[in-house]
Design a protein around this ligand. Structure first.
Ligand SMILES: Cc1cc2nc3c(=O)[nH]c(=O)nc-3n(C[C@H](O)[C@H](O)[C@H](O)COP(=O)(O)OP(=O)(O)OC[C@H]3O[C@@H](n4cnc5c(N)ncnc54)[C@H](O)[C@@H]3O)c2cc1C
Length: 603
């Protein structure tokens, strides 16, 4: 057997990595383990429930080589039910022969070094006949971690809910247990949390005729920003947002060259800076109009009403009837409070209100599991989060110095970010969550600098950059990650960086600090890419030696460049970037580096 590859996670990233590996090395010995009983990750059958819609429309939520609209017979920019996403990913598994690689119902407990590779302890999720779970070690040369950031529920531990008589669940389990919330005997449901998962659960229960007590903490970031999925003329918001012409409004450390950076973000053109502020003000005003219907709707308005400075990625609201229900205030009651204690059928709130409740849902977010599966001693060299209190003083000093230098240079490059409006500073002082762990410190968001610099190419982590183009990111980062793992060609610029730990760490620090400066979410250990994801994807595509102007390529391929290429460039700037723009990426990469016809044993 030439090599053994183990992928943890069968969501978008794990599946893309497996498919790309098999496309490059058809005979490779590859296994994908997942604790779930179906592929799909967040979109596996057990996590979908009736009425749950993806924020992303089909055009922006499919892989390049399996168009979702054609495959499922759905409009490109239609609302997309979660079950369809699951169906799509199942078909992807079958279409590209991934089923034979899947080992489902298998949980990873721990990962240790084994020579130049890794050994991974797994256990069967289901209890066997003897009442025990079977455990074993799997050994691999290359390990890809695609375990997602929405796998391990975060549940507040300060409330004891043992006395509560009704069903209690995290939003992750609503797919499996939604019938317990909507059954006839349940009249009142309490939902805790201000994020999009909470919105979805509140709406599920309200549509089923339940009375919902929606409890949103007055501390922290408050409710998430909700955008209507469509403009008044019915155009999908995503189709506008994903065009380069709108993406350039997002400042990115990965995009500090060229006229647009100079005009909008460098602070050197007052017209550009003013224009950007105006655009953001208009967008914020439009968005806030949804909330300003009455006192009830204002209770779910984001605490920081400025989309440019929002610490949480905006989410999509598909059905504005949700806002009508909030405004009516008869079925959904919003409480800006926390739960302090529970009895068998009530929740007592910090503002002394008492909520009668038959069921309780915690939509309180996620913790990261990546660090818990590795021995603590190797976490620092992997660049994985550790508690701040456990940093060794030398490493802490080293990163403090790097972070302070990169913060300085970022503030020079982006003067607007260096000087947030007063209300943003005030907000930060009250609400900003303090980090309790170090962040992920991975080069290009995937690779531990220490390992890379000593030539140890055995580990890649996928899916740590929160973004709005998940399938594209999954495909591009998979190809980049596999090229790195297998010593396939990357440009000399990035190869040079991969030898140089200082260079990699400098960039890691810049990217992390840019995320913090822009999205103010210091408590998150991974980078919130938000709308600047396209620049991240461009960087990876450039590293692979390929053209970033995908729409120009597509137009050329289809023979519709227009005179002097004007039509191709018009599309490049004004049309939404979608999966189809990356079709044939692996073939293109092989042609670029003369690898066509090469089999694994040649490399
Ligand atoms: C309710 C919800 C709605 C969302 N909507 C959107 C959207 O519309 N658009 C969008 O772009 N993003 C959305 N997201 C973000 C979501 O993270 C991505 O859609 C996407 O699922 C990420 O894919 P992934 O492969 O990185 O991770 P995941 O889909 O989370 O897959 C990770 C897999 O790893 C497995 N795993 C984790 N730990 C272990 C272990 N120890 N052992 C074995 N297996 C393990 C998990 O079981 C899971 O199957 C949403 C997230 C949620 C929670």
């Amino acid at each position: 057997m030439p090599t053994r590859v183990l992928i943890i996670g069968a969501g978008w990233h794990g599946l893309a990595a497996a498919k790309t590996y098999l496309e490059l090395f058809p005979s490779i010995n590859l296994t994908i383990v997942d604790q779930d009983h179906a592929a799909g990750g967040v979109w596996s059958a057990s996590r979908c429930y009736p009425g749950l819609l993806a924020d992303s429309p089909p055009a922006n939520f499919d892989f390049s080589d399996l168009p979702m609209d054609e495959e499922l017979g759905i409009e490109k920019w239609a609302d997309l039910p979660a079950e369809m996403v699951h169906e799509y990913l199942e078909r992807y598994v079958d279409r590209f022969g991934l089923r034979r690689c899947l080992r489902l119902g298998t949980r990873v407990l721990g990962v240790e070094r084994e020579g130049v590779g890794w050994r991974v302890e797994v256990e069967n999720v289901d209890v066997g006949e003897g009442g025990e779970r079977k455990r074993e070690w799997l050994v691999c040369d290359k390990l890809i971690i695609a375990a997602g950031v929405n796998s391990i529920p975060k549940v507040p531990d300060e409330v004891d809910w043992k006395d509560f008589a009704g069903p209690v669940m995290h939003s992750r389990d609503v797919g499996r247990k939604h019938a317990l919330l909507t059954e006839e005997g349940v009249k009142r449901v309490t939902v805790v949390g201000g994020n999009k998962s909470a919105v979805d659960v509140v709406y599920l229960c309200a549509k089923a005729g339940k009375e919902v007590g929606w409890v949103i903490s007055p501390d922290g970031y408050g409710p998430c920003i909700l955008f209507e999925a469509r403009t008044k003329s019915g155009t999908s918001f995503a189709s506008i947002k994903l065009a380069r012409a709108s993406l350039i409004t997002g400042p990115s450390i990965l995009n500090v060259k060229g006229w647009w950076y100079w005009f909008l973000h460098s602070g050197k053109s007052w017209v550009g800076s003013w224009l950007l502020r105006m655009v953001m003000k208009v967008l914020t005003k439009e968005m806030m109009a949804m909330y300003r219907r009455n006192e009830n709707t204002m209770k779910i308005a984001p605490d920081l009403p400025d989309i440019f400075w929002s610490p949480a990625a905006p989410s999509i609201i598909h059905d504005t009837k949700f806002f009508d229900l909030i405004a009516e205030g008869t079925q959904i009651h919003v409480h800006r409070a926390t739960i302090t204690s529970l009895t068998s059928h009530t929740a007592l709130l910090s503002n002394n209100e008492i909520l009668p409740s038959d069921a309780l849902v915690f939509a309180t977010g996620w913790t990261t599991s990546h660090s818990t599966i590795f021995p603590p001693a190797i976490l620092p060299e992997l660049g994985f989060p550790i508690p701040l209190s456990e940093q060794d003083p030398k490493t802490e000093k080293h990163w403090n110095a790097l972070d302070s230098t990169s913060m300085q240079s970022l503030k020079t490059l982006f003067p607007t970010l260096a000087n947030p409006p007063k209300k943003v500073q005030e907000y930060d002082a009250i609400h900003a969550k303090k980090a309790t762990t170090t962040p992920f410190r991975l080069f290009r968001g995937m690779v531990p600098p220490t390992l890379a610099a000593r030539g140890d190419r055995s580990l890649v982590v996928l899916g740590l950059t929160l973004n709005i183009s998940i399938p594209i990111m999954a495909e591009v980062s998979s190809l980049w990650g596999i090229a790195y793992l297998e010593n396939l060609p990357l440009t000399s610029e990035v190869e040079g960086m991969l030898q140089n730990k200082e260079e990699m760490e400098r960039e890691v620090s810049e990217v992390n600090n840019m995320g913090w400066l822009r999205f103010r979410n210091r408590a998150m250990p991974y980078v919130d890419g938000g709308e600047v994801t396209q620049w991240f994807i461009d960087r990876l595509v450039r590293d692979l030696g390929l053209s970033v102007h995908r729409k120009v390529l597509v137009a050329e391929r289809e023979g519709c460049r227009g005179l002097f290429g004007w039509r191709a460039w018009w599309k490049e700037w004004t049309e939404a970037y979608v999966g189809a723009d990356y079709r044939g990426l692996v073939g293109e990469y092989k042609r670029r580096w003369g690898l066509e016809g090469t089999t694994f044993s040649d490399l």
